[in-house]
Design a binder for this molecule. Structure first.
Ligand code: ASP
Length: 440
């Protein structure tokens, strides 16, 4: 029997109108049995998310200040309940939350209450059982206890035919509420999907899916119809803001695809995230695009070193890496020549960088050492380039035609991404040139 797990983000849960859309999405699909929700998000750009109000509530020093913020939070939920014409009385919950706040409740408890209330509202609206996240999600030693959670969530949810679960939190070993980091309802959705052996994890948000590149650079870029977990990892590492990074793991291990959907345009198919192996096996078919997405980040630093006969010096790379490690600097790329090597490192503060450079000079004694700041890295990602001739040529040609100097180029043998470094000031122009070369 097909079972789906669905997660609705903050914009979908923002007000009565959007929650009515959520109801329509869920009730129009009888396989939509397990639903995870975020706290109400922004109703318009200048609005404040309920989670941010709760953070504020926790931080207020005076009882008067706390009462004022609590009133705002209560009003947001009252509006929702009224707007949906729901026969639901949250006043007992408000009282309990407020008295715990006054009694010095933990930060995690307070910030989790947005999801708690939001799930109560939706459960009532669609007639599903409310299953508290504290019944199914466990943390151990400060991190998610994946296996403990899997067993518990499986046994609890198997008994509930249809359930709404609040996202974002669970319980630690002391029985206290523990929240994930921001955006953590994505993780809760993935946990529920895995526990109920969902055929798909639908992650409902306010966009049509992942864009091929940053829409702030290219106007209305195409939506990626299908992306593999590995491609997604590359794209999100390079700055494409997508799901909470930990959300991918539970569903990826279970081989469950994720479908990013738009609550406000349910007719759009969204983006499917699948295993590459499942495409190879023919379980999913996708258009044969050379590339799937383009992403990048600015502000990297290149450290260029030259030393005569470096090629013959065993251990020089180890010394370089030791220096970076000792200074806690993350290495992104390391293209080498015969007697040269370039270290592309993550942005770091000038003092740490200066210490690392002094360390490199002392230990490696290079003849030349140059530091290039302001490098942008761009990843052109796609399994489609595997065994395909001419992708690197097209990357170089597109950038050359746009009059952009390539400062570094790197392609691993997995052949699913080509990374180029350009000057920060050429970053936007480069992304757009690559988009037009490979997409349209
Ligand atoms: N409400 C939480 C946040 O704003 C968690 C979530 O929405 O995923 O970060």
């Amino acid at each position: 029997m097909i079972v789906k797990a669905l997660k609705f983000g903050g914009t979908s849960m923002a007000n009565a109108q959007s929650i009515a859309q959520v109801r329509d999405v869920v009730l129009s699909d009888e396989t939509a049995r397990y639903v995870v929700v975020s706290a109400p998000g922004k109703r318009q750009p200048s609005d404040t998310k309920v989670t941010d109000l709760l953070i504020q509530l926790h931080g207020e020093q005076t009882e008067k200040g706390k009462r004022e913020v609590m009133d705002v939070i209560e009003a947001r939920f009252d509006d929702i309940v009224k707007g949906l014409d729901l026969d639901l009385d949250l006043s007992y919950d408000f009282k309990e939350i407020y008295s715990k706040v006054i009694g010095g409740a933990s930060y995690d408890y307070v910030v989790s209450r947005g999801e708690y209330l939001s799930a109560k509202v939706l459960a009532k609206l669609i007639g599903y059982e409310f299953v508290d996240a504290s019944e199914i999600i466990r943390f151990k030693g400060g991190v998610l206890d994946s296996e403990g959670t899997q067993q518990l969530a499986f046994s609890v949810l198997a008994k509930a035919k249809k359930a709404v679960v609040p996202g974002f939190y669970g319980l630690d070993e002391k029985g206290e509420i523990k929240a994930f980091s921001r955006g953590g309802s994505d993780v809760s959705g993935a946990i529920v999907a895995r526990a109920v052996h969902a055929s798909v994890y639908e992650n409902w948000t306010d966009v049509d899916g992942f864009m091929v590149c940053d829409p702030r650079i290219v106007k209305s870029p195409e939506v990626i119809e299908m992306v593999t977990y590995r491609e997604l990892r590359e794209l999100s590492y390079m700055g494409a803001s997508v799901l909470h990074p930990e959300a991918v793991f539970p569903v990826n291990v279970a081989g469950i695809p994720i479908n990013i959907r738009n609550t406000f345009r349910p007719e759009a198919k969204g983006t499917m995230i699948v295993k590459y192996e499942d495409i190879l096996r023919g379980k999913f078919a996708r258009k044969s695009n050379v590339i799937t997405g383009i992403a990048g980040k600015k502000n990297f630093v290149g450290i260029f070193l030259e030393k005569q006969m470096m090629n013959n010096e065993i251990g020089i790379c180890k010394s370089l890496l030791d220096v970076l490690y000792e200074n806690n600097i993350s290495l992104e790329h390391m293209p080498t020549g015969i007697d040269t090597v370039t270290l592309v490192v993550d942005p770091t503060d000038d003092k740490v960088l200066a210490e690392a450079i002094a360390g490199i000079k002392e230990r490696c004694k290079p003849t030349t050492l140059e530091v290039h700041k302001g490098l942008a890295l761009i990843a052109v990602v796609g399994h489609g380039m595997n065994k395909m001739k001419g992708t690197a040529y097209r990357v170089c040609k597109a950038l050359t035609d746009a009059d952009i100097n390539i400062r570094m180029i790197d392609q691993g043998s997995s052949e699913m991404n080509i990374i180029v470094a350009v000057e920060d000031e050429d970053y936007e122009k480069a992304i757009s040139a690559l988009y037009h070369e490979f997409v349209k």
